[in-house]
Design a binder for this molecule. Structure first.
Ligand code: SF4
Length: 484
């Protein structure tokens, strides 16, 4: 008798690794909203739950946000009538704190003593619950359940409002991962936490306007050229006078750039932390082949994020590369999957296997990561049903044994297949003939970022930014519920 599981679990099974958010901003063009639309559209892979754009006409701010994909949230009428102005910031979101609902869609647009402000955030604030509880005890009312809203309350704090330049003071209160865009009527401010956990880059349009984005693939989409990254601990102001930099904190001696951006999240065309994502993944595949070679007939990528690593594996091993699995790009994200059998069937909807390439073959399947294991097992079962003789799974990162508190939603430690399990136990669960992961040293050898500046916490358990293990993405909401 199949066991019914709650919908949330099923959604997680289908989408195990979720980034929190992509940002885009531009200053100085009457086309600001349209360019921003393109900028967040190009970063849709960083968040599919909600999308929003806020524009400035120099006097006030105008915003629109909604649930769903960028193309669903913005209609031609909204773009034409609701978003006037010469500057804009935009956001695509997946929730890592606060649930998936409209009040949490960003940019958050608020009015305080100094006028309107919009905030867009990529990352996760470790101390948000603590700060929020403190503010609520002093009578503050929050309109959302995201960690991001605390930033607006800090901005509106009377001791900050009175300061000539309050933003550095505000940011010094924040702990955790944050790449931020602020839009005021007269300027954009872009900031990155002192560890530089999430990416944030500055580019320039051919006509000279400045743009800022989480990923450089957004610059390609709007015709901008990459200029440089916002440095960890830096605030970059963009206004009619150009770009101005100031620091709110020294960069930490040891940074914590998220290595998972290269393993899975970022677009292969993007350059993240100064390194092209596709080439980094290809090198991971080469390293994986050096570490765990096995005789086989072909190398098959698990679409889409396993492709670059599979290519590297095939080149290094000399074993032919075959596109044995074709993804169905039109499968939506909200399956109701009541049991494992239904989830196994859903894999056939999401992935079409080319039986002629698989039947009777010894396959090396390359995937970017294994999180809960159930989705991977469904994929392996589908390959087995298609007639695969042997399946050797090669994973282009080490076993994920620890949750991420810096803006990526995997699961709790208990839900991770590699937590407290040996590789052979995982292999048996996934039902493959052999299983090998890329070693952590091997992974770090593929990164241009010096090892001392890399975050590896989900693999190593070494959290460079101190975390509260009890906190979770719904922590703020649980705090609220406790009060009633
Ligand atoms: S814990 Fe993992 S996913 Fe989270 S920031 Fe560090 S490397 Fe990235």
């Amino acid at each position: 008798m199949p066991i019914s599981l709650p919908l949330l679990h099923d959604q997680h099974d289908a989408y195990e690794k979720k980034e929190k958010c992509g940002l885009f901003g531009i200053w100085g063009t009457p086309e600001a909203a349209q360019v921003t639309y393109q900028g967040i559209f190009a970063q849709q892979h960083r968040g599919q739950e909600s999308a929003g754009i806020v524009t400035s006409d120099g006097v006030t701010l105008h915003g629109h946000a909604g649930m769903g994909l960028v193309g669903q949230v913005f209609t031609p009428r909204i773009m034409k009538e609701e978003l006037p102005g010469h500057a804009a910031i935009g956001h695509v979101r997946y929730s890592t704190t606060g649930s998936s609902k409209l009040c949490n869609a960003q940019p958050l647009l608020r009015e305080y003593l100094m006028g309107p402000v919009a905030v867009a955030h990529n990352g996760n604030l470790i101390n948000a619950q603590l700060l929020r509880r403190d503010y609520e005890q002093h009578g503050h009312i929050f309109q959302s359940t995201t960690d991001t809203e605390i930033i607006v309350h800090l901005l509106a704090k009377p001791t900050h409002v009175g300061k000539h330049d309050p933003l550095p003071h505000v940011l010094r209160h924040l702990q955790g991962a944050y790449s931020l865009l602020f839009l005021f009527p007269n300027r954009i401010e872009a900031a990155r936490d002192p560890y530089g956990i999430r990416p944030l880059s500055i580019g320039r349009m051919p006509e000279g306007q400045w743009v800022v984005a989480s990923e450089t693939c957004a610059f390609d989409a709007v015709g901008a050229a990459y200029e440089r990254d916002v440095e960890p601990g830096e605030i970059v102001r963009i206004d009619d006078h150009g770009v101005h930099s100031r620091r709110f904190a020294a960069a930490e001696e040891h940074g914590a750039r998220c290595v998972f951006e290269h393993v899975y999240f970022s677009n292969p065309a993007s350059n993240v932390f100064g390194q092209n994502v596709h080439l980094a993944r290809e090198e991971m595949g080469r390293q994986l082949a050096r570490e765990s070679r096995v005789d086989a007939d072909c190398v098959i990528p698990m679409p889409d994020s396993g492709r670059s690593a599979a290519l590297g594996f095939a080149k290094e091993s000399g074993i032919p590369f075959e596109e044995g699995i074709v993804p169905n790009r039109f499968v939506g994200r909200t399956f109701i999957l009541p049991d494992q059998a239904a989830r196994d069937r859903a894999v056939s909807l999401k992935l079409n296997i080319i039986t002629e390439l698989v039947r009777g073959k010894r396959l090396i399947v390359v995937d970017d990561s294994v999180v809960r294991g159930t989705t991977t097992r469904s994929k392996m079962r589908a390959l087995r049903s298609a007639g695969a003789k042997e399946i050797h799974l090669r994973v282009s990162c080490p076993p994920i044994r620890h949750p991420c508190f810096y803006g990526v939603d995997f699961a709790t430690a208990e839900q991770l297949i590699a937590h407290n399990r040996t590789e052979d136990q995982i292999r048996q669960f996934i039902e493959v003939d052999s299983l090998a992961y890329l070693s952590l040293d091997g992974l770090l050898a593929c990164m241009k970022t010096p090892t001392k500046d890399c975050c590896t916490a989900c693999w190593s358990g070494h959290y460079k930014v101190p975390i509260d293990q009890a906190s979770s993405k719904f922590g703020v909401e649980r705090e609220q519920l406790k009060m009633f």
